[in-house]
Design a protein around this ligand. Structure first.
Ligand code: GTP
Ligand code: SPV
Ligand code: MN
Length: 597
């Protein structure tokens, strides 16, 4: 693995690698070529050090298990920074640090951090290699776990270097686990330098730098400059009974249902009508206006980094099939037969196992505060190739991606937001996205279940001033001849007892059917103050035993609660001061007026 010969003639790349090696002082440098042979060597090495464990190869061929540090289980938003020379360019919703200070702080942690370790050089492409839509990154890391995950999540290796040639552009991504110390952890983005520095963590979103760091934070900044959109969205194809496939993109905050929606199995009645789902992506969409004046989307990723808890053959049978091979499981429960389990998995609860912290676990065990100890961390995840997925779209390698008919925003709201509504037009749709809020989940460190504003599900991922981001959305709408219609959904409304009113998962297709019928101009709707809502009779409920009046409750709009909600929106918009596009205040005022009438 040791090499001093460079597999590239790219002078800037070579000199950057040398420079970073001089800072981090690894024992050696190894270039990742994307070969099966090299992957096997790395797996062996990581098995020896205990960085990964081998799972039962009969039941889970090619699968591995990884346990992270106890306080390194989710994205740490408070340690994530946008480092632009002007504070205003990061905007009021991002943590900001001046680049000079950020480099200096991080350098002191990176200094010598790779002593005794190998520095792996991972050339990767977000999007198909060689596509004009794709972006290349090179990640330097001292973690084999990161290498193995990047091999699943992105396109890696020689073909990327070949495409980069001797002077192609790439994002410089530097990562070191360092001491995995939360007090020496920083996730830094330098959009002006096309660089990312991440240190002190081993958790997915913090360290798989092609994902949130490059494909959302850096890409959103590039998207603003190059007039396209980088979004926290799933992309799915819905094959309609007439055989046409309509594509939608949907933005829900972290752990709010993108993966599940993107690969749903239609309920029996809708299947019989002829519906079928094609999965294009579950987390990130890059969208451009094409020569036809419509919006086209690609998924820049090659794998899923999905939430384990709650995944089973009823909720997500497609994913259960996907993760049977070549999958890395992180922070789930390890069973004695070297298979895995999590809360809400298939089958019986195991009588015993080893929990995500490496302790012996039995169901019902309580901690010091008398809370149930979970076998799997609530944000435990699996990394798995899209190509394993039975519903993977045949358009995945297409350079143009897929045309988007509808954009769907959604949040986790126990109250207020109805099951579905449609915006009046693009500008109103941008307001709906900008005013989004959702209850926090275990995907980010911090309190769970707190309602926070999360515009377009991008609050933690927008790499520049969100006021400018809203303006960019408005201008994209003006540039399209056929802008997608914009909708909002909420699968998480609860009744008086706190139980979900809507069964969710595959049944969500009933709502998507209404959305597509609206896009195809086949369906009337009711004009409510917040947007168009379905008539109760227009959602196909065949075969769905729902409590009487549940659908009415799901679609109800409480004007008083909405007027209350306006206060939160006003406060949120207010922090952008003069930078907020006036169109959003206009929409705000129109909504208030409609609610008061
Ligand atoms: P990230 O990967 O963090 O961006 O999340 P995601 O949006 O892809 O979320 P995912 O689909 O993994 O869902 C997260 C959690 O929400 C899981 O525990 C799911 O079981 C649950 N969930 C997903 N869809 C639904 C739904 O329609 N209804 C309900 N009640 N829960 C859902
Ligand atoms: C999310 O938190 O939105 C994820 C997981 O998709 S991570 O890659 O860790 O950001
Ligand atoms: Mn995500």
């Amino acid at each position: 693995m040791k090499t001093s010969v460079y597999p590239t003639t790219h002078k800037k790349l070579i000199s950057w690698v040398k420079q970073m090696a001089a800072l981090c002082k690894p024992d050696s440098i190894a270039w990742i070529d994307g070969s099966e042979h090299q992957k096997k060597i790395l797996e062996k090495e990581a098995l020896t050090t205990g960085e990964i464990l081998q799972l039962n190869q009969e039941k889970l061929p090619g699968c591995f298990y990884h346990r992270s540090a106890k306080d390194d289980v989710a994205r740490t938003e408070h340690l994530t920074f946008i480092c632009t020379s002007q504070k205003r360019d990061a905007g009021p919703t991002n943590n900001w640090m001046p680049p000079v200070e950020a480099y200096k702080k991080a350098e002191s942690i990176f200094k010598g951090a790779m002593k005794g370790r190998v520095m792996y050089v991972i050339p990767f492409s977000m999007g198909p290699v060689g596509s004009p839509f794709s972006k290349i990154g090179v990640e330097l890391t001292d973690s084999i776990y990161v290498v193995l995950n990047m091999l699943i999540m992105t396109r890696v290796g020689e073909s990327v270097l070949k495409h980069l040639g001797k002077d192609g552009d790439f994002t410089k991504c530097l990562h070191s686990k360092a001491e995995l110390d939360i007090n020496k952890r920083l996730i830094l983005h330098f959009p002006e330098d096309n660089a990312i520095w991440s240190v002190g963590s081993g958790y997915g979103g913090n360290v798989l730098l092609g994902k949130k760091c490059l494909s959302l934070r850096i890409a959103s900044y590039l998207g603003k400059r190059e007039e396209w959109l980088a979004e926290h969205m799933l992309i799915m194809g819905i094959e309609e009974p007439d055989g046409h496939i309509k594509y939608i993109a949907a933005a829900f905050p972290s752990a709010c249902g993108k993966t599940n929606l993107a690969m749903l199995i239609p309920p029996e009645g809708l299947k019989r009508k002829g519906y079928r789902i094609w999965t294009v992506g579950d987390d990130i969409a890059w969208m451009r206006i094409d020569s036809d004046g419509a919006l086209w989307a690609i998924n820049p990723e090659a794998g899923f980094f999905g939430v384990a808890p709650g995944t089973n053959s009823k909720t997500n049978p497609t994913m259960v099939k996907t993760i049977q091979k070549n999958t890395i499981y992180t922070n789930v429960l390890l069973k004695h037969d070297k298979t895995v389990w999590w809360e809400g998995a298939d089958g019986d609860v195991p009588a015993e196992g080893v929990d995500w912290q490496g302790r012996l676990w039995k169901p019902g065990m309580l901690d010091g505060d008398r809370n149930i100890i979970r076998g799997a961390h609530p944000n435990s995840r699996f990394t798995t190739p899209i190509m394993n997925c039975p519903s993977a779209s045949f358009r995945l390698e297409q350079h143009h991606g897929v045309p988007i008919s509808a954009i769907v925003f959604g949040g986790r709201r126990a109250h207020l937001a109805p099951l579905v509504y449609e915006s009046f037009n693009w500008q109103h749709g941008v307001f709906v996205g900008a005013a989004m809020a959702s209850e926090t989940t275990a995907a980010q460190a911090g309190k769970v279940g707190q309602v926070r504003r999360d515009p377009m599900a991008m609050l933690p991922f927008c790499g520049y001033n969100m006021a400018e981001y809203f303006a960019h959305w408005l201008s994209m709408g003006k540039r399209m001849i056929h802008p997608p219609k914009i909708f909002h959904v909420n699968w998480f409304r609860t009744d008086e007892k706190g139980e979900f009113l809507w069964p969710g998962y595959g049944e969500n297709l009933r709502v998507l059917e209404w959305i597509l019928d609206r896009c195809n101009n086949k369906m009337d709707a009711v004009r409510a103050p917040i947007g168009f809502i379905p008539r109760v009779a227009d959602i196909d409920m065949m075969g769905l035993p729902l409590a009487p009046l549940a659908l009415e409750k799901l679609l109800a709009i409480n004007k008083k609660e909405w007027l209350e909600e306006l206060k939160g929106i006003k406060e949120f918009f207010g922090q952008f001061k003069k930078d907020l596009p006036p169109e959003l205040w206009q929409e705000y005022e129109s909504l208030e007026e409609r609610l008061r009438n």
